[in-house]
Design a protein. Structure first.
Length: 764
């Protein structure tokens, strides 16, 4: 056989499986797995019709994750002290017996609320990940649940308070209709919200549309896409946005007609901005002292935003992941309103997130989900399969926006995600709704990913039982009593739904059989259900049948079979979605779904809470972990912990191809570094009262003086003295939350010093 024929024959043996990537990064992209002899030998992505759903570097490197030596291969039982990392191999039978008997015992001795379900975004498929666990636990009486999303809780609160909905922002292709785009605390070249955003921004730039980045970091997006970078002191954005409002109002650049027709509360806002009562006009000079942004820059940006119409102000979630982050989001939303940049092509209603088209309306048949709660919205009398019995019928938290449906009205039995260590340690005596005895952890590297890791270790160690469902021995899994090996999305079927409103679905066809003894979350739950004496469950059906049932309400999937065959389904959209188009063009028939029916510049529902730290018009507020607090004398630097291009949170941190892309270093400005005799690549200690982490320094002008950046997601790896050698940002961050629910993971005071240790640089 000649060489060419041989190559052709070899190629014929390769089967291309249409599948996708569905980790929690805002993507959901096409992967084409080339499979030969049951092994993935290559991964390609979408090369077909536009708009393409192209995978990023992480999806393309996925082979190294599937075949990593570090994958969990068998069920494990703890054989040393908690956290010592000593485990023994056991059979599935033993492992599931042990999990089931602990669940039964804890339920019997303390009730279902003693079981804390700790879910995460590890897998974003409809079927695998957390879904089967939750459904199974509902059938045995439920569990204590958490509330708040680390991603966007502040933005969600603000979006609901201002517009009454999360469906804000125009479709990405509509950016080409803008005259100015402001990327405020938003780095879409790295931090993926959907596969196509950077491409649309690049097209906008090519078209000559001006792009400005406001960020303490000179991000990749600022470098590649923006014409101008405005560095700002972290956590001070509300001051700058309010100062922009000052310029706009005092120069009469606001859109009075829009304000009168579509908003309420402008007069009170104007009074505050002009300083009528507090005698502090929110002038650019006032804001300069707080933000470090020169007043001239603030004035120019305000004028440009108000006059270059239409303009898109896109406020990212990073600045909202701070103490009082909801104030920043509210301030940005209101700036869009007073300039009339809402409901029009090229504008953008900054809020929760952009939408592509109103899937919400397609799914609900024309009715909007959000708006004031009415009697007909009341839940059914008995909990359904999707309802957690522990929460069912429980009144909402008093401090939430409970009169609005569609988010931010959690049941008062729920615990904030960033507050659960105190809940474990203090229980009912400390005012929490439950005495937690067991953590049931699936799809999250919980310990690593939330505030105050050292407190987390203490809290988790105090529990009676911990089970972790994982693919790798993460820092969280290290603390478990039982660790169960889960397969990857290459080893099962699933459907991935992209973030709010993107017009496509991904069907993940199984590419290979499960490796080692790993099983899917669904398979494990099926087996565990039997041991928990659950007689009949939805989980008993075959994978594809469950997927058909779960996807049936999505009326925009016109052909399930086509989706399954191609590995994706792109929904045809007639024209770029413009959020609030109907509300602006036909206000009589489409009031805003707020309590007043208008955009709420002053929000009465917030005012009812009577909390000076949650004001009804957006205010800049300071706090204990801010640059001007007394604590800053000891810890003068502010820590930023954004998301990184080489990882999805902590997932993929241990992949060699991706480690090569960007070493995990702490970014420090030369001014701060030289004060401390720190040179580029020196090993440094970053510390505060909560912990200490050791990491090499990257001395760079790409970060504003006074701030340090440690990208979140590196794995906690303590030495004997409790110093983290893994560069885990959350050793330093705080737990707790802002009155509007924001996670203050970017509100952390720190100090740095040259590391006293000669310890070798670890795999960072
Ligand atoms: N300091 C700081 N911390 C942050 C943030 C920040 O900005 N700063 N961001 C926060 C945000 S927005 C988020 S969303 C969270 C994310 O935090 P997490 O939800 O904890 O996300 P990951 O770290 O990716 O952990 C997911 C885990 O799930 C596992 N996994 C993957 N697929 C599956 C599966 O199919 N089944 C099971 N059982 N497990 C699977 C992975 O191996 C991984 O260990 O992090 C938060 N943490
Ligand atoms: N590659 C990758 N993409 C991801 C993820 C990932 O882990 N990796 N995670 C996904 C998830 S779950 C989420 S929630 C989103 C998160 O999306 P975002 O919250 O938008 O992402 P971040 O990277 O945390 O923050 C965006 C920018 O905000 C800036 N920033 C932080 N604090 C401040 C501040 O006080 N003021 C200003 N002006 N800027 C500030 C940061 O420097 C950063 O450039 O990303 C998603 N996409
Ligand atoms: S990590 Fe996110 S952006 Fe990258 S391929 Fe996977 S889903 Fe797409
Ligand atoms: Mo997130």
């Amino acid at each position: 056989m000649d060489g060419w024929n041989k190559i052709a024959e070899e190629k014929n043996k390769v089967e291309i499986i249409n599948t996708g990537c569905c980790h929690d990064c805002g993507g959901r992209c096409v992967l084409k797995a080339h499979v030969k002899d049951g092994k993935i030998i290559r991964i390609e992505t979408d090369n077909e019709e536009e708009p393409q759903l192209r995978a990023c570097l992480r999806g393309r490197a996925y082979r190294q994750r599937v075949y990593s030596d570090e994958r969990l291969k068998y069920p494990l039982r703890r054989a040393g002290e908690r956290g010592e990392g000593i485990f023994e191999r056991i059979s599935w039978e033993e492992a599931l017996d042990e999990v089931a008997s602990n669940i039964k015992k804890i339920k019997k001795d303390y009730g279902n609320s003693a079981i804390l379900l700790v879910p995460g975004g590890g897998n974003q498929g409809m079927l695998h990940g957390i879904t089967p666990h939750a459904l199974m636990l509902h059938q045995i009486g439920g569990y204590t649940r958490m509330w708040g999303a680390p991603s966007y809780e502040g933005a969600l609160f603000a979006s609901m308070a201002t517009y009454g909905t999360m469906m804000t922002g125009n479709a990405r292709e509509d950016l080409l209709n803008s005259k100015l785009i402001i990327m405020w605390g938003w780095n879409p070249a790295n931090t993926i919200w959907d596969p196509g955003t950077s491409l649309w921004l690049a097209k906008a730039r090519e078209k000559g549309i001006k792009i400005i980045a406001v960020d303490p970091i000179f991000t990749d997006s600022a470098a590649v896409l923006a014409h101008e970078w405005i560095p700002i002191r972290p956590g001070t954005d509300t001051a700058m946005l309010n100062a922009m409002a000052y310029v706009i109002i005092s120069e009469n650049l606001h859109n009075q007609t829009f304000i009168e027709k579509f908003t309420i509360g402008f007069d009170r806002y104007k009074e505050y901005i002009l300083g009528i009562q507090d005698r502090q006009p929110k002038t650019p000079e006032w804001a300069e002292k707080i933000t470090k942004v020169p007043s001239k820059t603030i004035i120019n940006l305000a004028r440009e935003y108000a006059t270059r119409k239409p303009a898109a102000l896109i406020a990212g979630w990073g600045p909202a992941r701070t103490m009082f982050g909801e104030q920043y989001s509210r301030a940005a939303n209101i700036l869009c309103a007073i300039t009339g940049n809402i409901g029009i092509h090229g504008g953008y209603a900054s809020g929760f997130m952009r939408a592509y088209y109103s899937r919400e309306r397609i799914v609900t048949g024309g009715k909007k989900k959000s708006g004031p709660i009415k009697p007909e919205d009341e839940k059914p009398k008995k909990p359904r399969l999707q309802d957690n019995p522990v929460d069912f019928g429980v009144p909402p938290r008093e401090d939430s926006l409970y009169k609005l449906k569609g988010g931010t009205n959690p049941a008062s039995t729920r615990i904030h995600w960033n507050d659960y260590y105190n809940a474990i340690l203090e229980g009912r005596k400390g005012g929490y709704p439950a005495d937690i005895k067991m953590a049931y952890i699936a799809g999250t590297n919980r310990l690593n990913q939330y505030g105050d890791v050292n407190k987390g270790v203490k809290a988790l160690k105090s529990l009676d039982f911990i089970v972790v469902y994982e693919q790798f021995m993460t820092p969280t899994a290290q603390l478990a009593d039982i660790v169960l090996p889960v397969n990857t999305f290459m080893e099962r079927n699933d459907i991935a739904v992209p973030w709010l409103g993107s017009p496509y679905y991904i069907y993940l066809n199984k590419a290979i059989d499960s490796l080692y003894e790993s099983k899917s979350d669904l398979e494990i739950c099926k087996e565990l259900s039997k041991k928990l004496s659950i007689e009949k469950s939805l989980l008993d059906l075959p994978e594809d049948q469950i997927l058909r049932i779960l996807s049936a309400p999505r009326k925009d999937i016109k052909s399930y079979n086509k989706m399954k065959r191609d590995g994706y389904y792109k929904v045809k959209v007639e024209e770029p979605f413009v959020a609030f188009k109907e509300e602006i063009e036909d206000p009589d028939n489409y009031p805003f779904p707020t309590l007043s029916g208008k955009i709420e510049i002053y929000c009465e529902h917030i005012a009812e809470k009577n909390n000076p730290l949650m004001p009804p018009i957006p205010k800049y507020l300071t706090h204990e972990e801010h640059y001007d607090s007394p604590k800053a004398k000891r810890f003068p630097l502010q820590l930023l912990t954004p998301h990184n291009k080489r990882r999805t949170h902590s997932t993929l941190h241990n992949i060699p191809w991706l480690q090569e892309i960007e070493p995990h270093h702490a970014w420090i400005n030369p001014i701060d570094a030289s004060k401390r005799n720190i040179n580029n690549r020196d090993l440094i200690d970053i510390y505060n009262d909560r912990g200490r982490t050791r990491i090499p320094a990257k001395v760079t002008e790409r970060i504003i003086p006074g701030a340090v950046c440690v990208y979140q997601g590196a794995w906690y790896n303590p030495n004997k003295e409790g110093i983290d050698l893994g560069g885990c940002a959350n050793v330093l961050t705080q737990d707790g939350y802002s009155p509007g629910g924001s996670f203050p993971l970017n509100s952390t005071l720190i100090e740095i010093e040259l590391s006293p240790s000669n310890e070798k640089e670890l795999k960072l």
